[in-house]
Design a protein around this ligand. Structure first.
Ligand code: GDP
Ligand code: MG
Length: 783
């Protein structure tokens, strides 16, 4: 029997975990190990994936993956195990200045006075890392990318401790190289050699979170454990016996609430102490000599002895290297430079262990870790029966992921977000900003005129810089507001649910559920859409999603539609515009199918995802994020777009002899347009003025209309110069051709210049073909 055969509400116990490679390791790391009890919570509205509950948290799996997990049905429902406090023992708190175990004064070996204390902030996703990072660093942060990959890297100095530097690593579940983020985090700890690790643990979900803690302890680095969300644990009547836990783990454990800023000061003093005195964990040996005949214990220790010299040479932590060798981690094995004899010997040891233990190596190691965690938690964690937060999440989910309500609720939420962003708040702020920029422009113009500045310079400032940068700048409010809603949806845990119920549809076109978000934002603006793909777990999905988002018709194209629909299709405007949106989506689906069968072969990443409890995002987190996005956008507006505006201005105001032209028909731009025009002749759009407007549309889509008006003299001029079919063709072409420079610039930032160039050429080609096909049909139907 597999997990797939278990009905909703029933529980099962895992017997064998199938599958292979990284995916299987990921199952194990998420706690799907032999012996684990799993309850099937619900199916997604379309019947796939399923939601499970295990180790006190919710996990989603696709049916195809659930089929790989063999189980036996168990009768007793695995409602949360209720634990009461163990009375008796008292433990000395090994705090600062108390001469405690972890701050041993005798063997102390402090780093030189002026050493920079570097920290890695490591924890599961949704454990409150960002919240803690913001509490620790306040505004002393800078954001960049890790070298070579587009994974966000945030560094910051701890408040009032200028000698520190904390790096916020991506949220990860394990140190196995499963996603690019896990590789980044692991390499950071191994190679950048931070002076200490701050491990943040979600105390409401402590078993799953401690799995990473086990692996971090193996790294043999000075470390503190921050037990976050203690407010929720205590609020529900639970406790964690911190002193006992410190004793069992051999590192300082500090209960905190990042959101309420409680315990953070204590965390900082411990963190500084362990780093300064380089106090390593007292324990990193979790294998129990007596468990299951000690097979795993003997295997790991045997391997440790055999590889000790190689490990020293490779500069790796011994225990970490040994468990990774047992797990069969290629990256580590390669680093150790073992020779064939040694590899063979190790293999024999491991096979023997598998035989004695009755399960394969990865499962055995994962099980050993969860076994230890179980022991620690039984002695230290007092669990309440059911947390208020989980109960609340279940109630909310009855609607938001309910069989019949999930999709309507989603559409409603998105509609409200779009309405507020693009219509009510956003439009109002945009108008305000546009007004401000317009006023500034007029005043500057007046100033330039009154001071008698050269005509060319004045044109450069007014027509070049203000037109270009100004028009893009006015999008700032929309982008900030859109990100406001998105970050609320993301931090509250809703986006994970959307991915959960949209996964089945998106998989048909080779994507996974998480790609839905950038696509939706794409209807607003491609720039934030491309930026939001960073949350996607796999490189392949991310690339594919970025390449598809520009097909979602952005708001900047609306003025073009409005203009042509008024002039050529009076009375049928709404219908035509809806058809354009649908055409964009159909094209995206076709393109996705082409990608799926060509350059992006293979499945979308497996969908093994945690569904965290709904939580109210902190205002500080959201505020900081908005500030970052705004800054990012402004930087771009004043770099790429600034330069591009000047280039276009130059091309449209000078002729080939670099003389200023009176009539833009003689400009370099017009000339270039003339060269390109034959390409557009088969579409019936060979007029150089149309071509010019399309070229300018590359700057900003809204400018297509304004350029046409200027070049044709008036709206009526355009109407007489084009046939209805040509207007329709032009609409299709404008819908699909290359995204504007701002979007291309963000694509370049995410994927590099080659892909950015590819997008420009590829989309123009698609637009041409689609326009040609549509023209053919329109000639038949519109006569
Ligand atoms: P990350 O994914 O690890 O970066 O986690 P975030 O910092 O984004 O936090 C996830 C959610 O947990 C947010 O909605 C936070 O507001 C919330 N959160 C973080 N720390 C605490 C805490 O100490 N107590 C409570 N109740 N909520 C918290
Ligand atoms: Mg975060």
């Amino acid at each position: 029997m597999t997990l797939k055969d278990i009905k909703v509400g029933e529980s099962a116990q895992v017997t064998v975990v199938g599958g292979e490679g990284a995916l299987r390791q990921h199952f194990l790391d998420m706690g799907v190990i032999p012996g684990a009890k799993i309850k099937v919570v619900k199916y997604a509205p379309m019947g796939d994936p399923i939601e499970l509950r295990l180790h006190g948290y919710e996990l989603t799996l696709r049916l195809a993956d659930a089929e790989k997990i063999e189980v036996t049905r168990v009768r007793d429902d695995i409602e949360e195990e209720v634990r009461t406090a163990v009375e008796g023992d008292t433990y000395s708190h090994p705090g600062l200045g108390e001469g405690g175990k972890f701050h041993d004064k005798k063997h102390e070996n402090p780093l030189p006075q002026d050493t920079l204390l570097t920290y890695a902030l490591v924890g599961n996703q949704n454990s409150g890392k960002t919240t803690l990072f913001n509490q620790l660093t306040g505004s002393n942060q800078h954001v960049g990318n890790f070298p070579g990959v587009t994974v966000d890297r945030k560094d910051g100095v701890i408040r009032e401790h200028p000698e520190t530097l904390v790096t916020d690593l991506p949220g990860i579940y394990s140190m196995s190289p499963y996603s690019s983020e896990e590789i980044v985090s692991r390499n950071f700890v191994l190679e950048d050699k931070p002076k200490a690790i701050i491990n943040i643990v979600d105390a409401t979900n402590i078993e799953r979170n401690m799995y990473l803690t086990m692996q971090l302890l193996e790294m043999d680095k000075p470390m503190v454990v921050a037990l976050n969300m203690m407010d929720e644990v205590i609020g529900n009547g639970g406790t964690i016996m911190v002193n006992k836990m410190e004793q069992l783990l051999g590192v300082p454990v500090v209960p905190i609430s990042a959101a309420k800023n409680k315990g953070v000061d204590e965390l900082v003093s411990h963190a500084i102490h362990v780093a300064k005195y380089q106090e390593k964990p007292l324990i990193n040996d979790f294998c129990d000599e007596n468990a299951y005949g000690g097979a795993v214990h003997r295997c790991i220790h045997g391997v440790e002895h055999l590889i000790a010299d190689h490990v020293r040479r490779a500069g790796l932590p011994l225990r970490f290297a040994a468990t990774k060798v047992v797990e069969g981690d290629e990256l580590v094995i390669e680093k150790l430079l073992l020779d064939d004899n040694e590899k063979e010997m190790l293999e024999h040891i491991i096979i023997q262990m598998e035989k004695e233990r009755g399960m394969d190596r990865s499962a055995a190691i994962a099980e050993m870790r969860f076994d230890f965690i179980g022991k620690v938690c039984r002695q230290t964690v007092v669990k309440p029966h059911e947390s208020k937060e989980h109960e609340r999440s279940r109630r909310i989910d009855r609607i938001l992921t309910g069989k019949y309500t999930a999709i309507p609720a989603f559409i409603l939420i998105m509609a409200i977000v779009c309405l507020l962003t693009f219509n009510i708040i956003g439009a109002w702020l945009q108008e305000l900003l546009e007004g401000g920029i317009g006023l500034l422009k007029e005043n500057t113009d007046a100033l330039l005129v009154s001071t008698g500045v050269n005509q060319v310079v004045r044109s450069l400032v007014i027509d070049g810089v203000f037109e270009g940068v100004g028009s893009v700048l006015s999008f700032l409010p929309i982008i900030v507001i859109l990100f406001f809603f998105l970050s609320i949806m993301e931090d509250s845990g809703y986006i994970a649910r959307v991915a959960f119920f949209m996964d089945k549809i998106l998989r048909r076109i080779g994507l996974s559920g998480r790609s839905i978000v950038p696509m939706l934002i794409g209807f607003g603006c491609t720039v934030p859409a491309v930026m939001s793909t960073r949350t996607l777990p796999s490189e392949r999905d991310r690339k594919m999603t970025i390449l598809l988002t520009p097909f979602m018709s952005c708001t900047a194209k609306l003025p073009i539609y409005a203009f042509f629909v008024n002039a050529f299709f009076p009375g049928r405007g709404g219908l035509i515009i809806v058809m354009l949106y649908v055409l964009g989506m159909i094209t995206a689906i076709l393109v996705a199918l082409v990608f799926k069968h060509s350059c992006f072969r293979g499945e979308a990443v497996p969908f093994v995802m945690e569904l965290p409890n709904y939580r109210l995002p902190g205002a500080k987190n959201v505020g900081r994020l908005l500030w970052e996005k705004a800054k990012d956008f402004l930087q771009r507006a004043f770099s790429v777009i600034f330069i591009a505006s000047i280039v276009i201005w130059f091309l449209s105001n000078f002729n080939i002899h670099f003389d200023l032209v009176e009539n833009s028909g003689e400009s370099i731009l017009a000339m270039l347009a003339g060269i390109i025009a034959p390409v557009f002749r088969p579409l019936g759009l060979g007029d150089w003025r149309i071509v010019t407007s399309l070229i300018c549309g590359f700057m900003a889509k809204e400018s297509v209309v304004s350029i046409l008006e200027v070049l044709f003299g008036s709206e009526g001029g355009v109407a007489t110069a084009l046939t209805t079919v040509a207007a329709g063709t032009l609409l299709v072409f404008s819908l699909l051709y290359t995204p504007c420079v701002a979007a291309i610039a963000s694509i370049k930032r995410e994927l590099g210049s080659k892909w950015a160039l590819f997008v420009v050429i590829w989309q123009c080609a698609i637009a041409w073909v689609m326009a040609f096909v549509c023209k053919f049909f329109m000639e038949i139907f519109i006569k």
